[in-house]
Design a protein around this ligand. Structure first.
Ligand SMILES: [Zn+2]
Ligand SMILES: [Zn+2]
Length: 218
């Protein structure tokens, strides 16, 4: 199976900036000291993960406890796995990118749990030979170690550039912003997270942004 590299790189680019603030989006809740984890178990994916593990030898124990959950607190990470809870966490933003990407991430993360479980008390490196073997066993040989390159989507060319008219924050996008999209930071800071036209992003020429000739407004 060919790895949908382009799709994931594109995904990475889309995840690199905080979402702009739109009138349609409800204002973000004020930060409290103890935020609930926005978690939801996905029953079909959990069932599928258990089946995948069941097909491997000697992992009945893991097959019974593994769970797949959506975690909306993941930002630039496509997925993670925890050997403490035996959970695979998947970024809900992946839903926009189709089932093939979700399947890939599911197996990548599951391979972490499989390799850790097999290793028992022995310490292994996250993307070492044990993990690579688990990837092969789960049908994704040659899996790359990283799906969420942190920021700066170098491989993807942004086609649109914007600047916040208030704080001067620059934004590059692969896809255009909606008509009324405002700077997330400014809406948070000055307007309780609600949209305000004063913080709307203005489109600017991409080449200007890339050459770094734009002065950050005070
Ligand atoms: Zn990994
Ligand atoms: Zn701003």
């Amino acid at each position: 199976m060919k790895f949908p590299q382009q799709l994931l790189l594109r995904l990475t680019a889309l995840l690199e900036d905080p979402p702009p603030c739109n009138p349609a989006t409800p204002p973000a809740k004020p930060v409290r000291s103890c935020k609930p984890r926005l978690h939801g178990i996905d029953a079909p994916l959990t069932a599928q993960a258990r089946e995948l593990v069941q097909e491997l030898r000697g992992l009945q124990d893991l097959a019974q406890k593994v769970r797949v959950v959506w975690n909306s607190r993941l930002q630039t990470t496509a997925g993670t796995a925890s050997a403490r809870t035996w959970e695979v966490e998947i970024n809900p933003r992946l839903k926009d990118h189709g089932p093939a990407v979700i399947q890939r991430i599911l197996r990548h993360e599951l391979a972490h749990l499989v390799s850790v479980h097999r290793a028992g008390r022995r310490r292994i490196t996250a993307h070492g030979p044990e993990w690579r073997q688990a990837c092969t066993d789960l049908g994704i040989p040659g899996e790359p170690r990283c799906h969420s390159l942190p920021l700066k989507g170098r491989q993807v060319r942004a086609k649109f550039a914007y600047r916040c008219q208030h704080c001067g924050r620059l934004l590059k996008r692969v896809r255009p912003l909606g008509r009324r999209s405002a700077c997330f930071d400014c809406c948070q800071k000055h307007n309780h997270g609600r949209y305000d036209d004063r913080y709307r992003y203005l489109r600017i020429p991409l080449d200007v942004l890339e050459e770094g000739r734009i002065q950050q407004a005070p």
